[in-house]
Write a protein that binds this ligand. Structure first.
Ligand SMILES: *[C@@H]1O[C@H](CO)[C@@H](O)[C@H](O)[C@H]1NC(C)=O
Ligand SMILES: *[C@@H]1O[C@H](CO)[C@@H](O)[C@H](O)[C@H]1NC(C)=O
Ligand SMILES: *[C@@H]1O[C@H](CO)[C@@H](O)[C@H](O)[C@H]1NC(C)=O
Ligand SMILES: *[C@@H]1O[C@H](CO)[C@@H](O)[C@H](O)[C@H]1NC(C)=O
Length: 361
């Protein structure tokens, strides 16, 4: 009997610890439709009896809110946007948002979120724009972003993600802009974007990508950028046969050999590849192939610091540098036009790569 009672108490406490965060002790200044107010407790239709609420922006300069408990924002049928930026927010519990049929914008950037659990964003079907940038997100549960049929922009940049998974996005297929730059992602899984018919922008800059799986990219895409990763080659099979990309940026990786066949498969308008340790012959061949195909090979914008050999690691092409002390000499096409890398170096005031290397490295 005694034992039974004891475990009963344990169970109650356990439930309390896990589930009993409530709005009771929340008291924060907030802009409601851009007008400053103070809220006590949860935010719902009883908080503002005589008002149509479109916008809620918690004023985090004067208060911090660490946990959003279940039903934190509920039953506001005209609410469009919820902004909780820079609040030291650590946890959003599943069910924190309930019955918000019109909400399109949510911004939780610059907080301390570590995990995104399934069920946090499951009751906001109208959501279009979600910003979770600049948190500490390391873990995302399966289905965390599932069943969001209108989600267009998702910003997960500046977090600590190491992986990505298609199972975070079941039935969320209308994403147009996808930002995961400045994380620690090392691979893009096969078919990651399959079925994302509207995707226009994919930003993987500043990650730790070492390889891209097969069948990742397809369709017509405005921008795919991977600069500052650890890629040593580009897997042709990552791209579907009919892909077309307006801006394709693979600069500042460790790519030493890029198959010109890549450009038989993909149609690219503007291409950036500087800052890779290309062998000169390979680089020259690629430039020629690209010129014939009408691809614009972009070189970094000039700045005075480049002329003084600063920023060389990020902006000067690396042709030959790591390979057998072999340097490109100036190469010109049939009309005597000096192209790509050499042209860029000439504009910086260097004779050729050897000259740049001797002065700057
Ligand atoms: C309420 O206050 C307690 C004690 O300070 C804290 O542990 C809890 O996280 C707070 N709840 C919310 C929802 O902020
Ligand atoms: C997300 O928020 C961050 C920080 O507040 C901002 O810099 C960034 O531009 C936002 N992302 C988008 C896609 O608007
Ligand atoms: C990259 O991934 C592709 C497809 O999964 C595989 O065939 C290839 O061997 C990998 N390359 C490297 C360098 O790991
Ligand atoms: C490149 O230039 C160096 C001198 O700067 C010359 O010795 C070498 O033969 C040239 N190489 C080619 C392939 O033209």
């Amino acid at each position: 009997m005694y034992t039974a009672n004891y475990s009963f108490v344990i169970v109650i406490c356990f439930i309390k610890v896990i589930f009993c965060d409530s709005c009771d002790n929340i008291s924060v200044p907030v802009y409601v439709n851009r007008i400053s107010e103070k809220i006590e407790g949860c935010i719902n239709k009883d908080s503002f009896p005589n008002k149509i609420v479109n916008s809620i922006d918690i004023d985090c300069e004067s208060a911090s809110i660490q946990i959003l408990p279940a039903n934190f924002v509920a039953d506001l049928n005209r609410l469009n946007e919820l902004l909780i930026q820079g609040c030291s927010l650590k946890t959003i519990q599943p069910g924190a948002f309930f019955n918000l049929p019109k909400i399109t914008d949510m911004d939780f950037s610059v907080n301390e979120l570590r995990n995104i659990q399934a069920g946090v964003f499951s009751l906001i079907p109208a959501i279009k724009y979600m910003n979770l940038s600049r948190n500490f997100i390391v873990f995302v549960e399966d289905d965390a972003f599932s069943h969001l049929p209108n989600l267009e922009d998702l910003d997960l940049s500046f977090n600590r993600l190491k992986t990505l998974s298609k199972s975070w996005f079941t039935n969320t297929l209308r994403i147009e802009e996808f930002y995961v730059n400045n994380n620690e992602i090392s691979a893009i899984p096969e078919n990651m974007f399959a079925g994302w018919q509207q995707i226009r922008l994919i930003n993987f800059n500043y990650n730790q990508l070492v390889n891209i799986s097969d069948k990742v990219f397809s369709g017509t895409i405005e921008s795919i950028t991977f600069h500052h990763n650890l890629l040593t080659s580009i897997n042709i099979e990552a791209f579907s046969e009919d892909i077309s990309i307006d801006q394709f940026d693979i600069s500042n990786n460790y790519i030493s050999n890029l198959s010109p066949m890549l450009f038989d498969r993909i149609t690219v308008k503007n291409f950036q590849m500087y800052g890779n340790p290309m062998e000169c012959t390979c680089l020259y061949k690629i430039e020629q192939t690209l010129q014939k195909k009408g691809v614009n090979v972009e070189v970094p914008k000039l700045s005075n610091s480049d002329r003084n050999c600063q920023n060389v690691d990020v902006s000067v092409p690396m042709c030959g540098v790591s390979l057998k002390n072999e340097f490109c000499n100036a190469t010109a096409d049939d009309n005597g036009v000096i192209s790509g890398v050499t042209k860029y170096l000439r504009e910086l005031g260097f004779r050729d790569l050897r000259d740049w290397y001797e002065k700057c490295i």
